[in-house]
Write a protein that binds this ligand. Structure first.
Ligand SMILES: NCCCNCCCCCC(O)(O)C(F)(F)F
Ligand SMILES: [Zn+2]
Length: 341
């Protein structure tokens, strides 16, 4: 198991998150990556490398280039506008609005935001690039013929759509990794999202494509963020018809229910003909996660890894969510142990 980690995640250290009507300390904070790195090393996964310095070539195949340009410049534009707070969208291009991108930075950030929970700050973009590089480097480890890799991505990526940021995400790491696998010989790949929250960004990236199967197990969007995508009747369109599968589940979902959804997803991934699986690995399905509502135990994460490995395919796990409790490190390490069991 190769682990890819970048110290540059620390450049993403926002002071604020809009939560429950207040600006709070962000749940998605630097300590997360430090706890997870320590725990996976403690578990014996010591083959840890820094990412290769990839550019945006692969990312431009799944994200709108103008969106990537926005990410690269938003903080400087925000500061140039004379604002002293962190960059937070507060007007949005919602139903029945123009999709022109305003010149004004407050309008532009609202065009590209899919949630107001994600402040953009100095260093956010550089951290997102480093996170993307971890995912691409992990994909290249598989491209070299290896079975397993873990990209310790921070900031996460699965809420980042073609031209959308939010939910703590900017560049869709697992989506870029899937594209990288396709660019290096794979004909079909799957992105399996086990984070508590629906992978709305990843679904957006590949909804009309028939070469990437996207599956997501998550809190029912009628009850849970991201709220506006992730229903079971979203099955892909055009070339992508039948290549998207959502498993929305209710509060309190335990392992036996959750794992039956995983078994179905893996069956469909194999039937699709995927040659590799990119796992959007959030561990916020944990019973004591502070912002989620499933009931998986730490031992269930070992079972999760073993089930995914039983598909018999190469696996790249890209870190997504998992908050606030020390067990996030143990839970990630358990998935890796299960993969290699
Ligand atoms: N303010 C707390 C209420 C929840 N609002 C935002 C939730 C974002 C979840 C992010 C994640 O866990 O899905 C990711 F993997 F992307 F990090
Ligand atoms: Zn999550």
């Amino acid at each position: 198991m190769r682990v890819i980690y970048s110290e540059d995640h620390k450049l993403r250290d926002a002071r604020t998150e809009l939560h429950a009507g207040q600006l709070v300390t962000p749940f998605e904070a630097p300590f997360r990556a430090e706890w997870i790195l320590a725990a996976v090393k403690q578990a014996g996964f010591t083959d840890v490398v820094a990412p290769d310095a990839h550019g945006l070539e692969t990312a431009r195949k799944v994200h709108d280039p103008a969106y990537l340009d926005f990410l690269a410049t938003v903080w400087d534009r925000w500061v140039a506008a004379g604002f002293t707070g962190e960059a937070i969208a507060n007007s949005f291009a919602v139903r029945r609005t123009s999709q022109r991108v305003p010149d004004n930075i407050v309008g532009a950030i609202g065009h590209y935001a899919n949630a107001a929970d994600t402040s953009i700050t100095k260093g956010s973009y550089e951290a997102a690039i480093a996170s993307m590089r971890c995912a691409i480097t992990g994909a290249d480890w598989l491209n070299a013929g290896n079975r397993f890799a873990f990209a310790l991505c921070r900031p996460p990526g699965h809420h980042a759509g073609i031209d959308l940021f939010g939910g703590y995400c900017f560049i869709n790491n697992s989506g870029v990794a899937a594209q990288r696998l396709l660019d290096h010989g794979a004909r079909k790949v799957a992105v399996l999202d086990v984070d508590f929250h629906h992978g709305n960004g990843t679904q957006d990236l590949f909804y009309h494509r028939g070469d990437v199967f996207t599956a997501s197990l998550h809190g029912d969007p009628m009850q849970a963020f991201p709220y506006f995508l992730g229903h079971a009747d979203e099955e892909g369109e055009g070339e992508g018809t039948g290549a998207n599968r959502n498993y929305p589940m209710p509060p309190g979902t335990p392992w036996d229910v959750w794992s039956s959804a995983l078994a179905d997803a893996l069956t469909r991934i194999k039937a699709f003909g995927a040659e590799a699986i990119v796992v959007a690995l959030g561990v916020d399905t944990f019973e004591r996660d502070p912002i989620s509502f499933f009931s998986l135990t730490s031992d269930d994460f070992t079972r999760m890894g073993a089930m995914i490995a039983s598909a018999g395919l190469p696996v790249l796990a890209c870190m997504e969510g998992g908050y606030g409790v020390p067990e996030i490190g143990l839970n990630v390490a358990n998935v890796l142990k299960g993969l290699e069991a």
